[in-house]
Write a protein that binds this ligand. Structure first.
Ligand SMILES: [Zn+2]
Length: 439
């Protein structure tokens, strides 16, 4: 039997408290999802979170995105949208007395496009609950995880408690296409541009929806735009033309060969040894052509490719560029190929799950669920890389279970959100300590 200092977190009380707060949690997430926030236009969701943080008695700071301050940072990605005065929101719960250990919950406000809304069971921006899942664009990725973090503070207060260390909440823009939002906060913290400091935090948890796993590593991700110009002609004289769309398809097929080479077992990063297909090359967009009976003039392709931690974005981009150019030359020397980088330019990273804070998180998960968390080597990128590569602060991703993120009928499990909220409360109690709530 261990002795606990007062106040004490009782797990049974925590469970009943979270049960009682579940309608509030669902309402908060529903309003958050309804506040549309596609990458580049996150303002409605930012304003919703600003109000929510104020309602929680916190004082959110706006961290305005200023790309010119970030351009020289190796983690800066060429923006897909203008800054437009967009801002992150950073708020801190401050304890009564200094000294407790601290944590920052970091989550992104932006969401990916819905795809054809007709394919959804209902309007993706009018969230609905069905069979224990809350549906809507962004419900899983990752508004649900942000709500878990906010509800953890709410649940503590409902029990008459509060964290005995600083607990930060950072809601950022532009994660899905660049990561420049979190970069802006880390930059502001490092340069003491606001009230908060990087030294305020000695752990970071990113509640991305990876099924209550803790993340051990993530791949690097780069975006690339390939503009191919051929030679237009009437199809009656097709052999006088050069078809850039057909060339684009052939180039993509060739890139799949490079993808296979990079995934080969003998060259795999050890963290990804047990992952079936860690590196994915995706043709996400294609535009081109004017007329069914004309050999087209141009074809533009937007691709995304993965690469292992330890490889720089620059080296990965160079290798893919060389492969594309060699293929185009083989196909037809008359093809013109322009390649540009815009969007993700994001190296991979590993997470130190042996760091004390990460051990405490794993133990908190086990206390709540009865089993240790699984470790995930992630085949996507997350904003965890900024903390892992730019700071000494231990960081990982830990968030609820979601379905169909980036797909149709995205949803998040309400039971999983409740468990993640409970784990976050347990983590706060074990890592930061708790004290009596003071309004
Ligand atoms: Zn996400």
């Amino acid at each position: 039997m261990t002795t606990s200092s007062f106040p004490f977190l009782d797990t049974a009380t925590l469970r009943t408290t979270i049960d009682r707060l579940t309608p509030e949690m669902i309402d908060m997430l529903s309003d958050f999802v309804a506040a549309r926030s596609p990458s580049g236009a996150e303002q409605p969701a930012a304003e919703f979170i600003e109000r929510t943080l104020i309602d929680l008695g916190l004082e959110p700071e706006r961290i305005v995105l200023n790309s010119s301050l970030l351009e020289s940072n190796p983690l800066f990605s060429c923006p897909c949208d203008p800054d437009n005065g967009r801002f992150n929101l950073l708020a801190r719960h401050l304890p009564r007395s200094e000294g407790g250990r601290s944590v920052l919950f970091n989550g992104h406000l932006d969401t990916v496009p819905t795809g054809p809304e007709a394919l959804w069971a209902r309007d993706p921006h009018e969230p609905w609950v069905q069979d224990g899942w809350l549906y809507g664009r962004g419900a899983g990725d990752m508004k649900g995880g942000i709500v878990c973090a906010l509800m953890a503070l709410r649940a503590l207060r409902e029990m008459g408690l509060q964290p005995a260390g600083i607990v930060g909440f950072n809601a950022v823009l532009d994660e899905e296409n660049t990561g420049n939002g979190t970069l802006a906060t880390v930059h502001a913290l490092q340069h003491a541009m606001g009230k908060a400091r990087l030294t305020d935090f000695d752990a970071v948890i990113i509640p991305e929806p990876f099924g209550e796993t803790v993340m051990s590593a993530q791949v690097g991700v780069c975006w690339m735009f390939i503009e191919i110009t051929g030679k237009p002609a009437h199809v009656a004289y097709m052999n006088k033309g050069v078809n850039p769309i057909e060339a684009g398809i052939a180039i993509m097929a060739d890139l799949k060969g490079l993808e296979a080479e990079w995934n080969a077992p003998e060259v795999r990063h050890p963290a990804f040894r047990d992952v079936a297909h860690p590196l994915n090359f995706n043709l996400g967009r294609i535009d081109g052509g004017e007329w069914n009976s004309s050999v087209p003039c141009t074809c533009t392709m937007g691709i995304r490719f993965g690469f292992f931690p330890g490889v720089t974005a620059e080296d990965a981009t160079r290798a893919v560029t060389e492969r594309i150019r060699a293929c185009a030359t083989r196909l037809n020397p008359d093809l013109t190929v322009e390649i540009s980088s815009r969007g993700h330019y994001s190296p991979g990273c590993e997470y130190d799950l042996d760091a004390p804070a990460m051990q405490v998180l794993a133990q908190a998960h086990e206390k709540i669920t009865g089993v240790p968390p699984e470790r995930l080597a992630c085949t996507a990128t997350t904003d965890g890389r900024h903390f892992a590569l730019m700071t000494d602060i231990p960081v990982t991703n830990y968030g609820p279970t979601a379905r169909n993120i980036h797909g149709i009928d995205e949803s998040v499990s309400i039971d999983s959100m409740k468990r993640v909220t409970a784990t976050m409360v347990q983590f706060i109690a074990d890592w930061c300590g708790i004290e009596e709530y003071q309004a």
